[in-house]
Design a protein. Structure first.
Lengths: 207, 483
């Protein structure tokens, strides 16, 4: 869950139409184009979740973040069968109660609920839970792991610099690699993961 | 007689921190604050070339000397060259030595080769404009004739086939015929990298896309993640471009010298040994503080503020019972893996999750930046933030909307300290203010550190260092030679 309290705004006097903002937006809220021969940048405020990616990468410093009436990106876990939520979390190798985003402290169970609610793409998960709406960096693979666990294939949108693809997890590291690189303690870390994923759920929401 | 406090690093104007005018008082100005020289605590810390009263030309000379042993033959006539840098190097000593090292690399490559174009590509952590700010403030764009730019992990990517499958680098890092890796050796985030492949890490971080960084922090585990950088560096794609590395070699006292090598793993061994020997003593010493109030007072995000040459996160992650360098400990008290293993009531999911250093009784946040998710720190340790401007700055940051939910607010530093003393009952204070050559602390902590330092040094030399080296397959004979 994330509270959105700022939205991106473009100063068209400064904008050069380079399209960087469109490419770095993780929820595809920005469209750069032309209208009646004039450069136009549309920011869909119903999608902007205040991550500041566009503001941070605009080479012309044309984008600023302005306060907006606060609202939440959240999915109610209680609406869904908790058995299904828990199954999806464990399949993605997460404990339902563990955080899957450092910036928003969103829990794995909420991402699972978003998928059960119909989210099918990374941007839909972001907008439904706030995961990835903070730094926009570190929880990238938590989202991709959940999509795979839900059996959803996702293709990198070619025009975007976002969501290039899922990468390897501890459960997929080749045995030979683990043995030959013992300094890296692959096995020991996998044991830690397993203990967390399979730990009892301290607040089981099953109905 | 107690020594005067050392001069703290000045506040810096940045979009990631409050305007320096709001930093009304520094921790070093508080009553009962003194300083301890790092050599008083760790007598064998090596001599530094910077700061030592001379200007940055000493860094230029050291870089020239280090590069005189390097083979430039990979840089063919007409080649394009990217010098890859990271934001971390700019956080030392005002960034002066690192910037001079980068300028010198460019000048030497230009002199020794017939490269067509030499560019600076400087990566960041989570503050995407940070290196742009450094490039501007150090005049690097002029020195690189307009060819210096910051790279962010959300910029265009390039797939890299590795032993771990497809990972992703930044296109801007690799859009040249040849790359030069220009970094620094301080241990910094030892809670993450555990001094395993420290010198290789930027290939999995500063020069990498979000997918790769997320793989490091989520997918492989707190120790195994360090293989990500090695997998990328060893890939045919990177090996085809890589020429050599140049490192600002640091100790907690400052810049010891410059090292350069065509063989990154040979340099990595030297970095590993130095880091464990010198930073290992300082971190072990600080982690043996029995109780303290911490003052954050440096122009960096919360975990990265400096004292005694190490960052605050090192103190948070370690404790008298938790040795950060010991690879038998899977989880430090703070890593991004550890942080996520608490449930939504703040309870650990498994009993093996070590607590945040219990010696930290209270934190006074006098001056530290946003741009890094820091709510965990305030949630785990009572925290008082000085100044409403700073609190509002954190509330607006998408990475820190939870920070002030866990922290108290005080009008001024003196009131915050009085409150911290009262609620913690501690009289030992350590100030993370980036002063060099020593550390600003309260008088009782100065006395305590001086008292325990000899035993800590002996234990590191005779017990811990041999264990740390063995865990990393580093030959002790080589360690003796490097030392």
């Amino acid at each position: 869950m994330k509270t959105v309290n700022v939205h991106a705004h473009v100063d068209m006097e400064l904008c050069s139409g380079c399209v960087t903002c469109e490419k770095v937006c993780p929820v595809f809220a920005i469209t750069v184009g032309k209208k009646e021969g004039k450069l136009q940048v549309d920011i869909d405020e119903s999608r902007c979740m205040g991550c500041m990616n566009c503001e941070q990468r605009c080479p012309e410093h044309a984008i600023s973040m302005k306060p907006c009436p606060p609202y939440q990106l959240a999915t109610d876990v209680g609406r869904f069968d908790y058995n299904k939520i828990e199954d999806l979390c464990r399949k993605a190798h997460f404990h339902p109660k563990q955080a899957v985003c450092y910036c928003t402290a969103t829990r794995a169970e909420e991402v699972a609920a978003a998928l059960l609610a119909g989210a099918r793409t990374p941007d839909q998960i972001v907008l439904a839970t706030g995961v990835g709406a903070g730094c926009g960096i570190e929880c990238n693979q938590t989202i991709m792991r959940f999509l795979q666990a839900a059996g959803i294939a996702y293709e990198h949108p070619k025009r975007s610099y976002q969501w290039y693809g899922r990468t390897i997890t501890a459960w997929e590291v080749p045995e030979e690699l683990k043995k030959s690189r013992s300094v890296f303690r692959f096995e020991g870390d996998l044991e830690v993961f397993e203990r967390v994923v399979n730990a009892p759920n301290p607040r089981d929401n099953r109905k | 007689m107690q020594r005067k406090p050392l001069t703290p690093a000045p506040p810096r104007k940045s979009q990631y921190g409050v305007d320096p005018k709001y930093v009304a008082m520094r921790g070093a100005e508080l009553e009962n604050i003194t300083s301890v020289g790092l050599r008083e605590l760790v007598p064998d810390l090596p001599d530094v070339i910077y700061p030592n009263g001379q200007g940055p030309e000493v860094v230029r000379r050291a870089t020239e000397k280090a590069l005189s042993h390097v083979d430039f033959s990979k840089i063919k006539d007409g080649a394009t060259v990217n010098i890859l840098a990271s934001h971390h190097g700019f956080t030392f000593l005002g960034g002066v030595p690192y910037a001079e090292m980068l300028r010198t690399i460019k000048d030497v490559v230009q002199r020794e080769t017939k490269a067509k174009e030499i560019r600076l590509r400087a990566g960041v952590g989570m503050r995407f404009r940070e290196t742009e700010e450094y490039i501007k403030s150090h005049g690097l764009d002029e020195h690189f004739q307009g060819k210096a730019k910051g790279m962010a992990p959300i910029d265009a990517g390039v797939p890299i086939e590795t032993e771990l499958g497809t990972l992703y680098g930044l296109k801007a890092a690799y859009d040249a015929d040849v790359i030069i890796h220009a970094h620094n050796s301080d241990v910094r985030e030892v809670h993450f990298h555990r001094q395993v492949d420290r010198a290789v890490k930027p290939f999995g971080m500063s020069y990498a896309r979000v997918e790769t960084r997320s793989t490091y922090h989520w997918n492989l585990g707190p120790r195994a993640a360090n293989f990500v950088a090695r997998a990328i560096f060893d890939s045919p794609f990177v090996q085809d471009k890589f020429s050599f590395s140049v490192f600002a070699m640091m100790s907690p006292m400052g810049l010891v010298g410059v090292d350069a090598d065509n063989d990154l793993y040979a340099l990595n061994d030297r970095v590993t040994i130095d880091g464990m020997k010198y930073y290992g003593k300082i971190i072990t010493l600080l982690s043996n503080i029995d109780e303290c109030v911490v003052v954050l007072d440096f122009p960096c995000p919360v975990p990265y503020v400096f004292a005694a040459g190490v960052i605050y996160a090192n103190l948070v992650a370690s404790s008298k019972d938790l040795d950060l360098f010991d690879l038998d400990n899977p989880l430090p008290g703070y890593t991004w893996y550890t942080e996520t293993y608490y449930d939504d009531r703040g309870k650990p999911l498994i009993p093996e999750v070590p607590p945040v250093n219990p010696a930290i009784k209270c934190v006074v946040h006098n001056y530290a930046w946003t741009g890094y998710p820091a709510a965990f720190f305030a949630e785990q340790t009572p925290t008082i933030v000085v100044g409403k401007e700073q609190a509002e700055h954190f509330d607006r940051d998408p990475m820190n909307q939870q920070y002030m939910k866990h922290a108290l607010l005080s009008d001024n530093l003196k009131s915050a300290m009085n409150f911290a003393y009262r609620v913690s009952g501690a009289d030992k204070v350590i100030i993370f203010d980036g002063c060099t050559g020593g550390v600003n602390v309260s008088v009782p902590l100065a006395d305590y550190l001086k008292q325990i330092a000899p035993d800590v040094n002996k234990r590191v030399e005779s017990v811990l260092l041999p264990k740390w080296l063995a865990q990393r397959n580093v030959d002790p004979a080589m360690a003796a030679m490097v030392a």
